[in-house]
Design a protein around this ligand. Sequence first.
Ligand SMILES: [Zn+2]
Ligand SMILES: [Zn+2]
Length: 1066
Amino acid sequence: MKRSAGSTTRASKRQKVSSATSTNRNQDKEKETLEWPEYFHDLFKVCQSNQLVSSDSFRVFMSLQIFKALNTVLAFVSSHRHLATTFPMIRSSVEGLLKRPLELSKVAELKALLPDVVEFAYIPHSDLRIHGETVSQQNKRSNSPDFTLHSQSLAIDTPSGSRLPGHEEEEHVLVLEFAENFRTTKSGNLVDKRNQRFKDAIDELMKATPEGEVSMDLLQAAARDHIPVNPSAKKALPATDSQSLIIPEPKDRPSIDDILLEIQKQQWYKNQIADRRTFKEKVAIEGLLAEPLSHTIQQALQESRNITSLYHHQAAAINAIAQRKHVIVSTSTASGKSVIYQVPLLKFLEDNSDATAIFIYPTKALAQDQRTALEQLLLACPGLQHVKVATYDGDTPQDHRRTIRETASVIFTNFDMLHASILPHEELWRTFIKNLKLVAVDELHYYSNLYGSHVAQIIRRFRRICAAVGNQRVIFVSCSATISKPSQHMKRLFGVEDVEEIVEDGAPSGKKDYLVWDPPSIKDMDPGVAKLGQSGPMCEAINLVIFLMMRGVRVILFCKIRKACELAMKALRQRLSAEGRLDVLAKVMPYRGGYSQEDRRRIEHEAFSGHLLGIVATNALELGVDIGVLDAVIMLGFPFGIANFRQQAGRAGRRSRDSLAVLVAEDLPIDRNYVESPDKLYNQPMDDLTVDIESKVIIEAHLQCAAHEMPLSKDDAVYFGATLGELCDSKLRKDKDGWYHPHPKFLPYPAKHISIRGADDDKYTIIDITKVGLPNGAPRIIEEIELSRAIFELYEGGVFMHQGLTFIVKEVSHDSKVARLVRADVNWTTKPRDYRNVDAMQTHRIKEIPRSPHRAYFGRVDVTTVVFGFRKIRGNKVLDIVDVDTPPYERQVTGFWFDVPKDLFGLMKEKHFNLAEAIHSASHAWMNRFALSPDLRTECKAAEKEYNKEESQRKRPARLILYDASRKGSVSAQAFDHSGEVLRQAHDTVETCPCKDGCDKCIHSATCSEGNVVASKIGALLILKALLNLDIDANSIATQFGSQGFETIVEATYIRPLDGVRVELG
Ligand SMILES: [Zn+2]
Ligand SMILES: [Zn+2]
């Protein structure tokens, strides 16, 4: 599973095209004149009859003619600096010289051939001032009739070449010019020089073209990436005749069966379907209520939702609630779960108009959707129209809060508000809580790991307050996606026992096809295609998205990370613009976390109202935001776990329609695993969700809050568990009557000291300043991103992507946490060059590993991330390497570590193990056996660094180190307590795992930031054995080939403990 350090083997033809020119750049210009131009001149005469129009030679000739004409025109323009070189203007002049139309695609070819000479892109209108004068001034001049004649046609050209009238105030203009560095000398010989450059480039291209291929086809394909996209074009254009594939209305689309047959007939289909499963359609199973609904509720359901009967699981849940049981329903996406909260609420309100309820959703978007649905239902219910429903979250203005407390019957909120606003002010909420009948917690699977562990304590605080005001009868009802052991999860989270578990899904579902899509490996591709970079998982996914949309299939593309989401959106823009399908482009939108609330609402609305055909999303959309009916889901790369895979797949298909879910495998170990054994996607049990209700650190934090809400006594152990007494005595303050109060250091607001989401709250604000300085142009906040991401995405000169558009980072202030960007339509991206060192700094605790002389250490860990530069990248090609000077991002966290024993270190060196592989895999093996690992991190090893051909000065200690993902985290302390036993479990798992080179059960981690590429199962096993003091037979270990490059790992040095630290028993 090793890759070469660079991906030079994948050099594309387009790269050859460009690199040919760049090697030429510094070459002597004395190169003898090529002979072909004369030959082509003759040829041109011969083939005027158009018989040879498609021949390679003729096309080369035509390109030369275009270039020459362009060169002449631009030379003139640059000697008249007041003329802006917008494409429409240049075009008409060039057309005048050529006596034939100048196609946009031809200019893109020139750009592909000479990317550093030809500048062809949209720029903000305001930037036209670069040429010395504004456009309006230019319009007034007319000292050059040849060229200003068309200057009023500054209207934006669309990629298909037709002009949109009435766009004088367009935000962006398409500029065509030659790079500045070619302007410096006198224009006379400059024209010749440029023409020679062009001929040289053509010559190089032809030389680089393999036997049997057509050089101009390669150029044409490479040019696709250079067709400029107008960032401000919003209007859909009618498709041109040649591409007038009419898209069917989604309701009239072909069946998935037919579409799959059609896919297999495409010339780009190369047996990518590695596995196909078809799940038959399921009919509805209806359920009966033990006690029929009142006439008014029945009527409201029918009127507002067209519901006349209930599914089995809905009826079962309503029946259980009527018996005053707590309920968890775990069924598929879109199985009508909201009815399970709404109907019992209506019944409570009918019985008692003072009844209140709390609805809790993990995201604000979800809460908004559901609030609207509930309001509609109430309005359709005679007698309940007056019931007030309100959102109570962080955005609720202070002066509304009182009215809400006093008048609302139902509030939509979240656990953050419960923790920091409602519980601390329980006296203001007393009436509401006294009348509280129902607490609905949707998407229960969302509450796990560190956040879930905090939520568990918040619910205990909440139950205690309810009981204190005399309300012992609150019912908790929850729904979740399909999870393992739902009732166990609910019992742990809520601390209640009497839970009814409902898992039988009565909702109907259409037929569903699952595909595992294995992109052809580079070596199996047609050389031309592979080298052009028209391959790889991203390309395949984009192909599928376009193919499906063209057939009226509503599709969502899930990407694992934001960057991939933006790149996919950019690729879609490029492809669809190049094909002249702006009508389709107008129906695709990206959606991911980080977008401003306003943007998200707009996208959700567009999606829900059925205007969209395609959505490109990160897992921000995984949590049931209702975006309407989708027909297909495409996952670019295996998502972070089986549960995510199933939830994402569940996004497509409802009721009676057939649907499709496609996993496009990436070239990563985890993905390969599922390509080889696709059964696991459907059969493998899901991991249990983790909630740690024994963590003393978390319990103590919430005891400080609880004591502030109402003094604690030892009787409160019924809520907080057996450690309450010990924690109260050691961490809280006892008064003379025996009540416990918060420790003064947490006052006056203990809740403010606890970050229940753990993650860094610090965010960078991203501001678009493109229009600053223009009339009405103001800076615009487009995003907020976390500090931990900002370091990798915000560096001066870097390309930042937002909604598939590219921006250049102009300025970053790490003090005020603000980045300023300008819109720039560039056709490259940037990738930071960085490293992250995780260093043990101070030992606070030492613990024995049972039956071993080796130890585990716990203490302060410094995490230093340095972005020292970036690469400009287009496709697979690195255009440039740039150094930047950003301050290192340093964090102090807690963590623990094991040092690789010295004897083993020597042995592994002797046997040529790659120690980085072994350490990386052993760390992940340990994490895979520890339940709260999603909140831990390790120093992931990157292929680029470990397999580098040049020696790096950066050497890392031979140490397995794990640390808290969050500065406020406490998981590593718990992990350390179990370090020895988890080590043994990790060893046993790796030793007995039937896989050959590692899999996600043993040494691969779905959260590995470097894709598990640097990995060694046998190396990991040796380290685990050595730490546990198990026998290793040195003679039986084969010599490896792991360490052919430079060793990046050196022996670990001992980290001195603080005074008085004693070795704890294992
Ligand atoms: Zn394995
Ligand atoms: Zn890793």
